[in-house]
Design a protein around this ligand. Structure first.
Ligand SMILES: Nc1nc2c(ncn2[C@@H]2O[C@H](COP(=O)(O)OP(=O)(O)OP(=O)(O)O)[C@@H](O)[C@H]2O)c(=O)[nH]1
Ligand SMILES: [Mg+2]
Length: 313
């Protein structure tokens, strides 16, 4: 069973991502249902729907590290080869999601001595998959993605190396889903548009724009070039250095998705944002609210991708 841990700056959208998972599974036919394996995970499932969809509120900032475990049950189309003949079959699949959701504060250098930081490093070191959240809004304003990433990578690498020095070859063994969050933000949408990366799916009722996974890295690179510190290209470089390229996949995501114009029941390019903010700038649960029904984008996909990888144990 692959263990998955999350990692990203404060306010990058980790907890909202988790809260949106169940709604995302219900919105689109992924063919998976989700059940909780313990009480806190069940509480999150019960509360998350009510909070995001009903109360239209964001979760509060995470303290320490929260651990959840869910099971996803479903069928997946898979190509199997029997006697050299490839066949597409529907296979029953169960994915156990063991997920750690840390406070982004632990990624900051100021909290190096925090006991939970040690725990975060251990959780990440032991995980098979990592969901890495890159918040383009925070990066444009604070520009600390490189600083927070590289410190953690150094500690993580040391821990993995020391745990198994004979087999360590300089790279981390994890699968990593690098998620650009807040795709619904006008700045991010505009950047994707100017790069001509927006795609529309023919069978999408709402005509939401999307960015293909194969273009996600390009968008991230471009968003990095407008970072306020000018250092975020270094972040991408250090991720490249520490992980195997064929174990990294990029996704462009949004937990709340775009606003649906009630009169047309479609995405409206002139009024896309599904968020109301009281304060300009990067956001906290207290100064932003969700505007309408949520339509998560690329929330299930990274989880299924990581969940489908083999555990190292
Ligand atoms: N535009 C947009 N904003 C989002 C989205 N998801 C989260 N946010 C904003 O980001 C804020 C922080 O989200 P959280 O999910 O709490 O972020 P976090 O990474 O868990 O933060 P910590 O627990 O403090 O590390 C929210 O209060 C929202 O204002 C999204 O999909 N789109
Ligand atoms: Mg959180």
């Amino acid at each position: 069973v692959p263990d998955i841990a999350m990692w990203g700056a404060p306010g990058s959208g980790k907890t909202t991502f988790l809260y949106a998972l169940d709604i995302a599974l219900n919105r689109k036919q992924f063919g998976f249902t989700m059940t909780a394996d313990d009480d806190p995970s069940e509480m999150l499932l019960i509360n998350s729907g009510g909070m995001l969809a009903g109360g239209r509120e964001f979760p509060t900032a995470t303290l320490g590290i929260e651990h959840f475990q869910w099971s996803l049950y479903g069928r997946r189309r898979q190509t199997v080869s029997t006697g050299g003949i490839a066949q597409v079959v529907d296979q029953q699949q169960k994915i156990i999601l063991k997920l750690a959701d840390p406070s982004g504060e632990l990624a900051l250098r100021a909290n190096l001595g925090d006991a939970n930081r040690k725990k975060l490093i251990t959780t990440l070191a032991d995980a098979d998959g990592i969901i890495f959240m890159f918040d383009p809004i925070r990066e444009a304003e604070k520009g600390d993605a490189f600083e927070t990433t590289s410190g953690l990578l150094h500690q993580l690498t040391r821990q993995v190396a020391q745990a198994d020095p004979d087999n360590f070859d300089g790279k981390l063994p994890h699968h990593v889903a690098i998620c650009v969050t807040k795709f619904d933000e006008p700045k991010v949408l505009e950047t994707a548009e100017s790069l001509r990366l927006l795609r529309y799916e023919r069978d999408d009722l709402y005509q939401f724009p999307r960015v293909d996974d194969s273009d996600a890295r390009r968008l991230l690179t471009s968003l990095c070039s407008v970072s306020s510190s000018g250092n975020s290209d270094l972040m991408l470089n250090s991720l490249d250095q520490h992980f195997y390229a064929d174990r990294v996949k990029f996704f462009v995501t949004s937990a709340v998705g775009f606003y649906v114009n009630p009169s047309t029941n479609k995405f409206d390019r002139d009024d896309p944002q599904n968020l109301v903010k009281d304060t300009a700038g990067f956001t906290r649960s207290t100064n932003s609210r969700i505007r309408g029904p949520i339509h998560p984008i690329n929330i299930v996909e990274p989880v299924l991708w990581l969940g489908g990888q083999k555990s190292r144990r």
